[in-house]
Ligand binder design. Sequence first.
Ligand code: HSE
Length: 428
Amino acid sequence: MAIQIGLVGTGTVGGGCIEIIKQHKESFLRHFGIDIELKWVCSLNPDEAKAHGVSDLFTQDYHDIINDPAVDIVIELIGGVSIARNIVVEALQAGKNVVTANKALMATYGKEVMELADSMKKELFFEASVGGGIPIISPLKHSLIANEISTVMGIVNGTTNYMLTRMSEDGLDYDTALREAQDKGFAEANPTADVDGLDAAAKIAILASIAFNSRVTIDDVHAEGIRNITPLDLEAARDMGYCVKLLALAHRREDGVDVRVHPTMLPLAHPLASVNGVFNAIYVVGDAVGETMFFGEGAGSGPAASAVMGDVLECARHLQAGIAPLVGCTCTDEVPFVPMEKLDTKYYIRFAVSDRAGVLASMANVFAKYDVSVHSVVQRGRQGDGSKVDLVYVTHTAREASVRAVLEDIVKLEDTVLAEPSLIRVED
Ligand code: HSE
């Protein structure tokens, strides 16, 4: 008897799933013995179902799927946390297994839905919620569980990686890079979720929860985006042997876990430094395995549908073998979060300053006052009439709170700082 599937959402990812099922259904059976049947397709848009040739399976009411006792797996692909949350919750309550691509749902209500799945003895899969087609949830939940994971660090937003690549390689400014990303369909008309780091924050919350066996929600993640990055900073970084990436970082430290998203200077030799354009990559360090990196396309119909259908087939395999559920919620530990002000890292700071005697000396006093040790300082080119220069500092490892205090005092120095300083954290 085939495993019956109900699909909710016929947009880019849902359409990709329908096409994969149409093309490979026979192969799933022949090669893996997995027999699946698409029973329902639910969407608000009948034309989308028609375009994929599945009008005969179409409904506009997801309750038709939830209430059908024959349905084994519900695929939720509408996104968001309102109706999607109802669909996932109601499906689990009705005894269905669920596959979702919904990062916002998992990063916000992950605990609720995972616990519900566990209590119903059903499975909840969400590989496509992070990194599109890149397998990362499953490796963290299966292949790497023999490790204590110390770091998960990734480029998990293709839009901003595309923009930073264009800004760095071709000297585009932020606005031009954004317009180009929008023209190419990578960035939304309202780009906030991508450029302000919120999309990446949801994704690292999900990864950190699994890697550290501790619930991390999007609200626990400090997120800064790329709006303030200038070609000047990218050029200065390159001259020092670094690139700038919007990184989502999760580190296990002695005093807790530190989870954040912000532009980061990375040495050009780092494996993540060569990940350009819309590609994503996630770098994971475990105590036994050492360094690993997962690379691929982080968005788009094919990659996301590949991840969703991988989950569906895994779930179907378990159901056929009578062994589901296999892996439920693994967030068993209460681990404290390290607040941003207690972060210890290196900093790149660029000040646009008046080019006159005594400026360096007065700034040096402020660094000394807060015990922030300077690794290097470089004065870069005169601009305009020559009265303004950029001073680029790189610090040794310092406390975030101390660096913030340095910035606050320096911008108050009389007739010194001419524009908002740029600050980029450095990851070695
Ligand atoms: N907007 C995301 C990105 C893809 O640019 O990578 C969906 O998570």
